[in-house]
Design a binder for this molecule. Structure first.
Ligand SMILES: [Zn+2]
Length: 315
């Protein structure tokens, strides 16, 4: 059976990037879109335009002081939003708020049942903290989504699965003590890669103990390694019985990324996506949102994200 999937595409979303030649450049969305066209996937999905979030929505996760700082830097376009990874640019506030607004629009579609599965390529900015930017991430769209599902829709039990090469520290530490957020994060071992976190013994704290599963893999880990550990990830999410699933499918875990050292192929991304589709159908009324995440080799992000989109349609 084919599923109707909503894909969010538009120049307002592409604008989230740090300049031509930057690994996280504004050309990433189009690299993906060209592959969508080449594979004919655009004929199998519904295309929707990006949406700008209002400040109140961003404030559900981020502090007012930090939002003010991003707004100020957005006007001047000068300096950095963190300690040197994430430069400001003119309009960075609007670009980052568009990533958030688009993810929230996708959630609304998933909840009202028009399109249960949605994909947003430029999203999954999992390093941003409540009060600061980090690692190319200005606003943490997944964090805002989690807070929004709870406060606006009464959806409490949420699963967040992350297969980006980097540990999703911005999501992890914001919800480390939250027993209703299940986290499964497969990444390159923090001993070798930014942000240097996400070790297997980090399983959640206080009431949230054992609700987080970090599966760090060796540098160069390949599809065989991925397929070996995935059943544990899937079983962990099933046992949690979530009402909604967020999937950060960063393509920087595919072999040949310029800033990481992992060895997956897009088959790993397809494998995880197909599995999460089944779990979402079983526990979450199908509600599953895919966020593109990292990925700095343009062919890899195009192929990795298309593999996820294809699985959303077919599985
Ligand atoms: Zn990454």
């Amino acid at each position: 059976m084919q599923h109707i999937v909503q894909l969010f595409i538009g120049s307002e979303l592409a604008r989230y990037g740090f300049g031509v030649g930057h690994p996280f450049g504004p050309d990433r969305m189009d690299a993906f879109w060209q592959e969508v066209l080449r594979q004919g996937l655009h004929k199998k999905v519904s295309i929707a335009a990006p949406v700008l979030a209002d400040r109140e929505a961003i404030n559900r996760f981020h502090t007012p002081e930090y939002i003010n700082r991003v707004m100020e830097r957005s006007e001047s376009g000068d300096g950095y939003l963190d300690y040197g990874d994430t430069p400001a640019f003119k309009g960075v506030y609007e670009a980052a708020a568009t990533v958030v607004g688009t993810v929230l629009a996708a959630a609304e579609e998933a909840i009202n049942g028009s399109y249960q599965r949605c994909f947003i390529p430029i999203a999954g900015l999992h390093h941003a903290r409540r009060n600061m930017a980090a690692g190319f991430c200005v606003f943490n769209d997944a964090g805002v989504l989690i807070e929004t599902l709870r406060s606006q829709y009464g959806i409490q039990r949420i699963a967040y699965a992350d297969i980006d090469a980097h540990h999703g520290d911005g999501v992890f530490y914001a919800f480390e003590a939250d027993p209703d957020l299940c986290i499964v994060d497969i990444h390159e071992d923090g001993a070798h890669l930014y942000p240097g976190t996400g070790f297997a013994n980090e399983t959640g704290i206080c009431a949230a103990k054992e609700t987080k599963l970090n599966l760090p893999l060796r540098s160069g880990a390949n599809d065989a390694d991925f397929v070996r550990v995935w059943p544990e990830a899937e079983g962990f999410i099933r046992a949690f019985k979530p009402e909604f699933i967020i999937f950060q499918c960063g393509a920087d875990s595919i072999a040949g990324d310029p800033i990481t050292d992992m060895g997956f192929t897009p088959k790993a991304h397809a494998h995880a996506a197909a599995s999460l589709c089944r779990v979402a159908d079983e526990f979450c009324k199908g509600r599953l949102i895919g966020l593109g995440g990292g990925g700095y080799n343009r062919d890899n992000l195009a192929n990795g994200w298309c593999a996820v989109l294809s699985a959303f349609v077919d599985c």
